[in-house]
Design a protein around this ligand. Structure first.
Ligand SMILES: *Cc1c(COP(=O)(O)O)cnc(C)c1O
Length: 402
């Protein structure tokens, strides 16, 4: 092993393990959190509303509801649009399990639509084909969850047109995509969907430690989301079924949860949001730089849809294995051993044991599976130094050449 690659030397040169993604926290972020800690409210106080307002304004949506994670956001979004027992949710197999699990939480059935081999997003032509089939079978989905993979929007106008025709609701899983745009409009504006969901997990574009948000332009959904976030309880007299018994009175109207975000997290969110454009600018710079430096290597570079601007949450290369004398596993492991925290997004959800036990099989979604066998996410994040990026590329070249 030792003579095959200068692994140890590279680890030394890089001085530390480079993750595929990580947060950036500056003094302003820290000050914002400390300020809340010294205030009267550390949860459900003014920082939550400030954060919600700021994200809604940024995206051009009417309403925003901050919650404890994107997983929680997806769950209450499904409930708000009425997903339940006997219903069906479709999503992409190339996503984190949460995009599908939210359907199961509601007692619905989950199915998948294979991906577009260029964008790695849910394929619109495949969606069209499957909808025509489902209509004949009498098993049309109630909800579709398009996932904006790596920060690049799905083709929302086309998906929206299909929703008009087939009557499903759309929940955008934009966990990767805050700061991106589609047709020149910010992702999150919900022009072509009922609801959009963001994640603020530390590897995502901006962070609140853990956290998520649901955006919508529909007042009825907003009211429902607010209640579902907090036990299904309302203090709004207009929504109550009975007369208020006194000033202490509240009513539980739905079976909700405790999916609240704390003010500590929201204050960090407000501060991070002010840095969002800078974060995305840097990610785009790094992605462009990878594009330049990886020219001519036996890899497929990320394809940019001309109608979208990606937030560049991930930078995925796809190995041309017929032009490389190594397996996907070998390339991946050699990078990892050199301290380069490459990753794989994603293991196709339908191949997870839990989903296989629901009846899915290997071979069900060809494009997602073949993508999985060839893909590698290279490190990309705001604080990634260009020197480290250059070292990653140099090492990758060596690995691919041998
Ligand atoms: C990260 C992620 C989620 C879950 O986000 P959490 O905030 O960790 O719950 C859901 N969907 C996608 C596509 C993600 O990348």
């Amino acid at each position: 092993m030792a003579d095959r690659f200068p692994t140890a030397r590279y680890v030394e040169a890089m001085n530390h393990y480079i993750p595929y993604g990580r947060q950036s926290i500056n003094q302003d972020d820290i000050d914002a959190v400390v300020e809340v800690l010294r205030s009267d409210w550390i949860t459900q106080g003014p920082a939550i509303e400030r954060f919600e307002q700021a994200v809604a304004n940024y995206c051009g949506a009417k309403y925003a509801v901050a919650v404890s994670s994107a997983t929680a956001a997806l769950h209450i979004a499904c409930l708000a649009v009425g997903l339940g027992q006997g219903d069906i949710l479709w999503t992409s197999p190339n996503t984190f399990v949460a995009s599908a699990n939210c359907g199961l939480y509601c007692g619905a059935k989950v199915d998948f639509v294979d991906i577009d081999p260029r964008t790695y997003n849910l394929s619109v032509s495949e969606l069209e084909r499957k909808l025509a089939w489902a209509e004949k079978q009498g098993c049309l989905p109630k909800v579709i969850v398009p996932v904006h993979f790596a920060g690049q929007s799905c083709e929302m106008e086309q998906i929206h047109a299909l929703a008009q025709r087939y009557g499903f609701r759309i929940i955008e899983d934009a966990s990767h995509a805050i700061g991106g745009s589609y047709h020149g409009q910010s992702i999150g504006c919900c022009q072509f969907s009922d609801v959009t969901v963001f994640s603020f997990h530390p590897v995502k574009i901006i962070t609140t430690g853990e956290g998520g948000m649901v955006l919508t332009n529909q007042e009825d959904l907003y009211q429902k989301l607010i209640r579902l976030r907090s036990h299904g309880i309302t203090r709004n007299v207009d929504l109550m079924q009975g007369k208020p018994d006194g000033s202490w009175y509240y009513e539980q109207l739905d079976l909700g949860f405790n999916y609240r975000m704390s003010d500590i997290q929201a204050a960090l969110g407000v501060s991070q949001l002010q840095r969002l454009d800078e974060f995305v600018k840097r990610r785009r710079f790094l992605a462009e730089r990878y594009n330049q430096m990886l020219q001519g290597l036996p890899v497929v570079l990320p394809w940019q849809h001309p109608e979208t601007e990606s937030s560049r949450h991930l930078y995925v290369i796809r190995l041309k294995l017929d032009k490389i004398n190594k397996t996907h596993h070998q390339v991946f492991e050699e990078l990892r051993q050199a301290g380069i925290g490459v990753n794989l997004h994603y293991i196709p959800v339908h191949t997870q044991p839990y989903y296989q036990q629901l009846g899915f099989n290997l071979g069900d979604f060809f494009e997602a599976e073949s993508y999985y066998q060839e893909s590698i996410s290279l490190p990309i994040y705001y604080e990634l130094p260009v020197d480290s990026q250059s070292q990653i590329v140099t090492f990758l070249k060596k690995v691919l050449e041998k």
